[in-house]
Design a binder for this molecule. Structure first.
Ligand SMILES: OC[C@H]1O[C@](O)(CO)[C@@H](O)[C@@H]1O
Length: 507
């Protein structure tokens, strides 16, 4: 049974003289599998969003960070930009990413040897235990160990989910289906913001426990989802289960005519099987283009400055002189914009392509960050933000939304999509683990450094990020090839060997 009409993609092979027809329908099993797997993103997003709100709750601060609490309650003399600057507070947020970074190396092994599906189950289990520990925390250690377990979940989930989605999706809608992951990340962030808004109002000051404990819900969804879905044909074939892989391929593509795609995957997995040392293989010259692109995309994604806003939006808005409630409120607005704008990406990514989205967003991000820097520079002084009138404060929120929306249809989803679709099967697992690892590393750096950077650099922090946006947009313009509508096992031939610069790395 197919939801929509089928389609086929004609591609030329290496020799250029053979044409293969790949047939695939958009079958319900594909759509359902993708929706289930994408809940891995929900789990990740929830954690990104939850820490900012929790760390601005007085009871939480009083219990775990009494010094910060004292400073906020009584330290009228403290600079606006510095009142949250505390290493322990930043460690609470960032320990998750450090753990995730290390976990990805193990996850690379499990995605290859145990499959994409089982790796997702593991992710869910790690996550559930972390959420329980966090909700029950009575001291700083329990808090951080819980965050570390959550980090392991994020490492395993972010490794397996994007690869699962890219492999199971038919070529023509691969971009859209892969973006379901990031869509869930944004929904997770928004839910976290809304939940924080609610729990901060709970009498008795235990609301933060609910905020942290509810992280178990998306984790449960992922665990159940992963137990229900089938693994990708690529993964089954890679592990030698050829007949099963072919049967799954037939089922998910909704047609008996899967021979060409099947043969492509078999060939890709034959090459993959020859690889004895995946990391060493990844470093070979012919794998350089994908590796460089994957790493650089992660660095760029984080240096847009998005997480400075996502993690610390309530804190940031507080710094700008908004009242506590108003600032949580603004964080909810940015969260909603983030979700809605991700749909724009889902709609356009397989139509206008990856490059167009990244370039347009570059312009929008550069302008909005520059405006924010100027407004804060002129109006927010160290001790007072009285200069920021109601109208101007609103303008800051509008600019933050402009920035977040453009991020949400560009670097947010494409940072995951492009690496997961460009690596050939032989380097896909290990390539994805490098992708996640670098993403976590730079997320960690931003999480750990942002409050101190804000304190040191003040409003010029937004100038810093806008300069990065300029660099990344130019890099896209000259160095990023378009991967729209190219079958996943054909990237080497159709993309890298055709590119003016990267082809020099190909044999
Ligand atoms: O939507 C914003 C979120 O998206 C990511 O860039 C990637 O998934 C996260 O690092 C960020 O918090």
């Amino acid at each position: 049974m197919a939801l929509e009409r089928s389609y086929s993609v004609s591609i030329e092979t290496a020799t250029g003289d053979r044409r293969i027809k790949l047939e695939a329908k958009i079958t319900p099993v594909v759509v359902i599998s993708c929706i289930m797997a994408a809940t891995g993103g929900l789990m990740f997003g929830y954690d990104v969003g939850i820490s900012g709100g929790v760390t601005s709750m007085p009871h939480f601060l009083k219990k775990f960070f009494p010094e910060v609490y004292r400073r906020i309650e009584h330290g009228a003399k403290e600079s606006n930009y510095c009142k949250y600057d505390n290493q322990g507070l930043q460690l609470f947020t960032s320990s998750l990413y450090l753990a995730a970074l290390i976990a990805t190396f193990f996850a690379s092994y499990t995605t290859r040897k145990l499959g994409r599906r089982l790796t997702m189950v593991l992710a869910g289990l790690f996550f559930i235990s972390g959420a329980i520990l966090n909700a029950a925390a009575v001291n700083f250690a329990m808090l951080v160990i819980g965050r570390i377990l959550l980090g392991c979940g994020v490492g395993f989930g972010n490794q397996a989910v994007p690869v699962f989605l890219s492999e199971i999706a038919p070529t023509r809608i691969r971009g859209a289906l892969n973006i379901l992951f990031q869509l869930n990340v944004t929904i997770g962030i928004l839910c976290a913001n809304l939940i924080n808004y609610g729990t901060s109002k709970i009498e008795g000051g235990w609301g933060w426990r609910l905020s942290l404990g509810l992280a178990g819900v998306p984790a449960l969804m992922l665990t159940i989802g992963a137990l229900v879905v089938t693994d990708t044909p690529n993964s089954l074939i890679e592990r030698g289960r050829l007949a099963e892989g072919k049967a799954v391929l037939t089922r998910i593509r909704g047609t008996e005519h899967v021979e060409p795609e099947y043969m492509e995957i078999v060939e890709a997995s034959r090459l993959a099987a020859e690889v004895k040392h995946p990391f060493k293989n990844l470093l070979q010259r012919r794998n350089r283009p994908q590796l460089v692109i994957a790493i650089v995309m992660q660095i760029f994604q984080q240096f847009t400055g998005i997480n400075a806003i996502m993690f610390y939006a309530p804190v940031l808005f507080n710094t700008l002189g908004f009242q506590r409630d108003a600032s949580l409120y603004s964080a909810v607005i940015t969260g909603a914009v983030n979700v809605l704008a991700t749909f724009v990406s889902i709609y356009f990514v397989d139509k206008v392509g990856r490059r167009a989205l990244l370039l347009e967003a570059g312009v929008q991000m550069f302008i909005s960050q520059s405006v924010i820097a100027v407004l804060l520079g002129l109006k927010v002084k160290d001790q007072s933000s009285a200069g920021l009138t109601h109208g101007l404060a609103l303008l800051v929120v509008v600019m933050v939304c402009t920035f977040v929306s453009s991020f949400a249809w560009s670097w947010g989803p494409l940072g995951w999509l492009i690496p997961s679709e460009t690596f050939p099967l032989e380097t896909r697992s290990v390539g994805q683990s490098v992708t996640v690892c670098v993403n976590m590393l730079f997320t960690f750096i931003i999480a750990q450094a942002f409050l101190s950077m804000l304190c040191q650099m003040k409003y010029t922090i937004f100038v810093f990020f806008s300069a990065w946006v300029l660099v990344m947009s130019l890099s896209v313009l000259f160095l990023l090839p378009e991967t729209k509508n190219v079958p996943i096992e054909e990237m080497t031939e159709k993309v890298w060997k055709q590119h003016w610069f990267w082809r020099t790395f190909m044999d």
